[in-house]
Design a protein around this ligand. Structure first.
Ligand code: SAM
Length: 267
């Protein structure tokens, strides 16, 4: 059986283990778990966060893809009756199946950087059973998530997450806090599920298609990139200048386009 000391970090699973106790303490106190909370940790690894989260949590479920690490976690914590281990790929995992007695999940993870965008979309799809997320991500990803319209880094990720979550960047973490140190800076971010999107959206799938098409070629005007959905005259009627670029559009403006185009050109 692999021990923590001799586990060789696996690059393919994005393994950069937290080693800095002050960062671990800060994450744990930002989560401020209580006995009424149902926590879920993605990628517990060597349990740097799992151990301090286990005591305060009412229930702690963990999802780990690496079988060697999962075997260790099972040896260390498997006997705790408020702990469950799932040795699966979080990208394919149905988080909502974990919910018991209607209590929404509080999901936590120091995530592998190579899967951060797909995980964010996967969790956003399942957000109806989630209260909040506390995630360690690449600093640039957190900046893009929280970016405002008009910013160079505002894009599909910003819009599609901001309709679902209130995004609060918490603090930055340097590579020296991990072993092995990653090549990038990291940030911890809190996403709290919004009960209502910031603008009314009739059909979220259609909204996602409009946003995806608008940002597919950032340098094109929306008149060009959205021509299959809405005409220049129709954009003007919505009080949106057709020669604008997608990064200047607010969520409310994307919602107006999507709600209008849905009625007219629904495919
Ligand atoms: N939480 C630990 C920490 O903070 O030290 C480990 C963090 S490490 C950056 C990422 C962890 O996620 C590793 O344990 C890795 O094996 C696991 N992992 C990677 N891809 C995964 C996936 N698709 N599903 C579940 N766990 C995954």
């Amino acid at each position: 059986m692999a021990s923590a000391a001799n586990h060789r970090p696996r690059k393919r699973f994005g393994q950069n283990f937290l080693r800095d106790s002050s960062v671990i303490d800060r994450i744990v106190s930002s989560i401020a778990a209580s006995k009424s909370d149902h926590l879920v940790e993605i990628g517990p690894g060597q349990a740097a966060l799992t151990r301090p989260l286990l005591k305060p949590a009412g229930q702690l479920d963990v999802v780990e893809i690496d079988r060697d690490l999962a075997a260790r976690l099972s040896d260390d914590m498997g006997h705790q009756d408020h702990f469950r281990l799932f040795t699966v790929d979080a990208l394919k995992f149905d988080f909502c199946q974990l919910v018991a007695s209607g209590r929404p999940l509080r999901i936590v993870g120091n995530l592998p950087y190579n899967i951060s965008t797909p995980i964010l979309f996967h969790l956003t799809k399942q957000r109806h059973c989630v209260q909040d997320l506390h995630l360690m991500l690449q600093k640039e990803v957190v900046e893009r998530m929280a970016a405002a319209p008009g910013s160079r880094i505002y894009g599909r990720l910003s819009v599609m997450l901001q309709i679902a979550w209130q995004i609060t960047p918490l603090f930055q973490v340097s590579p020296a806090s991990f072993f092995p140190p990653p090549k990038v800076d990291s940030s911890v971010v809190r996403l709290t599920r919004l009960t209502e999107p910031p603008a009314p959206i009739k059909d979220e799938l259609h909204f996602a298609r409009i946003v995806g098409d608008a940002f597919a070629q950032r340098r094109k005007t929306i008149r060009n990139s959205l021509k299959n959905h809405i005409s220049a005259t129709e954009l003007q009627a919505l009080d949106i200048d057709p020669i604008r670029r997608p990064e200047t559009l607010s969520i409310d403006e994307f919602a107006r386009i999507s709600n209008f185009a849905e009625g007219i050109h629904h495919k």
